[in-house]
Ligand binder design. Structure first.
Ligand SMILES: *[C@@H]1O[C@H](CO)[C@@H](O)[C@H](O)[C@H]1NC(C)=O
Ligand SMILES: *[C@@H]1O[C@H](CO)[C@@H](O)[C@H](O)[C@H]1NC(C)=O
Ligand SMILES: *[C@@H]1O[C@H](CO)[C@@H](O)[C@H](O)[C@H]1NC(C)=O
Ligand SMILES: *[C@@H]1O[C@H](CO)[C@@H](O)[C@H](O)[C@H]1NC(C)=O
Ligand SMILES: *[C@@H]1O[C@H](CO)[C@@H](O)[C@H](O)[C@H]1NC(C)=O
Ligand SMILES: *[C@@H]1O[C@H](CO)[C@@H](O)[C@H](O)[C@H]1NC(C)=O
Length: 294
């Protein structure tokens, strides 16, 4: 089959109509699905707009403090819809300046679809150098058990790209396949500081995840490779844990996201059998596979 070349200019809208036979990334792998969000587009002014809310869920949940002995080791987090907003041609995720009491107010978005199973996930964002917050771009396992109504959460399966604003350098990035064991977590050096817009990418494959920054390959992790369908999320959070996020910050700490561009396969576990739909659509349209440039 002939390949056509589509340059995925992240600023341009992708036409879904012409790629029914999927997407081939530069490493030669074929993916059935894509999810592209350009948060710099003029239409991206209001998080309730359907082009946004059909693809992304804004988190609205909280948890409590965690104590060890007589000490509070983590402060409860509250993910607030108000901490997710468009401004300055970006989607901003905010940790609010902490007043010293109550939960720490954070911001998070998650893909609506929870059936993502392997893929190449790219996002361009910058992080303000306000110490005491963690900016995350990650895959997260959602327990479905063949029933989309029964969604639970499980911290053991997670692939993380994280920026810790407490780090002494604005070029440090942390890559993890959870849970943390020997060989599943690394700190790398970014080609450019995270205070600038950096294009992060992780390729989650059945036997490894490979992490990239601004087109440069940074790290491959083979330990704890995840194998369950889930969501991809972006968030800015703090829980006061001195060993990780540190903080909470006393000034607002903001992560500004310009875009996300994902190519992926989906699980067959859900009753709507999306891969079968893909096969049917591809046979019906008989279009070439779209080639994706890095
Ligand atoms: C994604 O799914 C398609 C259709 O089932 C399959 O042909 C392709 O090999 C899968 N890609 C990867 C990387 O597993
Ligand atoms: C955002 O869009 C919703 C739905 O169209 C509308 O009700 C709301 O007023 C808008 N908010 C702002 C700040 O424009
Ligand atoms: C967030 O949750 C609270 C309480 O659970 C609810 O009252 C509120 O309407 C929710 N906000 C949004 C934007 O969904
Ligand atoms: C907390 O517990 C430790 C021992 O576990 C004790 O030495 C310390 O005095 C306690 N601190 C307070 C404020 O109660
Ligand atoms: C947007 O730009 C203005 C003016 O430079 C600045 O004051 C504001 O903090 C920016 N907002 C975000 C979320 O970065
Ligand atoms: C989380 O997932 C792991 C791996 O599938 C499983 O062993 C563990 O029991 C799960 N924990 C919960 C609380 O569901």
């Amino acid at each position: 089959m002939l390949l056509i070349f589509i340059v995925f200019s992240l600023a341009s809208q992708l036409s879904q109509a012409i790629c029914e036979c999927g997407y081939k990334t530069a490493n030669g792998l074929l993916w059935t699905h894509t999810l592209n969000s350009d948060f710099t587009a003029p239409s991206m002014t209001n998080v309730t707009y359907s082009s946004f809310s059909s693809q992304w869920t804004i988190s609205n949940w909280s948890n409590g403090n965690v104590a060890a002995g007589n000490r509070t080791v983590t402060i409860g987090r509250q993910f607030l819809p108000q901490n997710v907003y468009f401004q300055n041609k970006s989607l901003n995720l905010k940790v609010s300046a902490y007043t010293g009491r109550g939960k720490i107010l954070c911001g998070e978005i998650s893909t609506v679809r929870a059936d993502i199973l392997y893929g190449s996930f790219r996002s361009t964002f910058k992080v303000q150098p306000v110490s005491g917050a963690c900016a995350g771009f990650f895959y997260y396992y959602v327990w479905i058990n063949n029933n989309p109504e029964l969604i639970g959460q499980n911290d053991t399966q997670e692939i993380d790209v994280e920026i810790l604003t407490k780090d002494p350098t604005t070029r440090a990035v942390h890559y993890t396949q959870q849970p943390i064991v020997r060989g599943s977590q690394f700190t790398n050096v970014l080609p450019n500081p995270w205070t600038n817009f950096v294009r992060y990418r992780f390729d989650w494959l059945p036997k490894s995840s490979t992490f990239f920054a601004d087109g440069q390959r940074e790290r491959t992790i083979r330990v704890n490779t995840e194998h369950t369908p889930g969501t991809v999320k972006l968030n800015m959070w703090s829980n006061g844990n001195t060993l990780w996020s540190a903080g909470p910050p006393t000034q607002d700490a903001i992560m500004s996201v310009q875009n996300t561009c994902f190519f992926f396969n989906v699980s067959e576990d859900l009753k709507n059998l999306p891969t079968s739909e893909f096969n049917t659509a591809c046979s019906a349209h008989r279009v070439p596979v779209c080639k994706v440039l890095d």
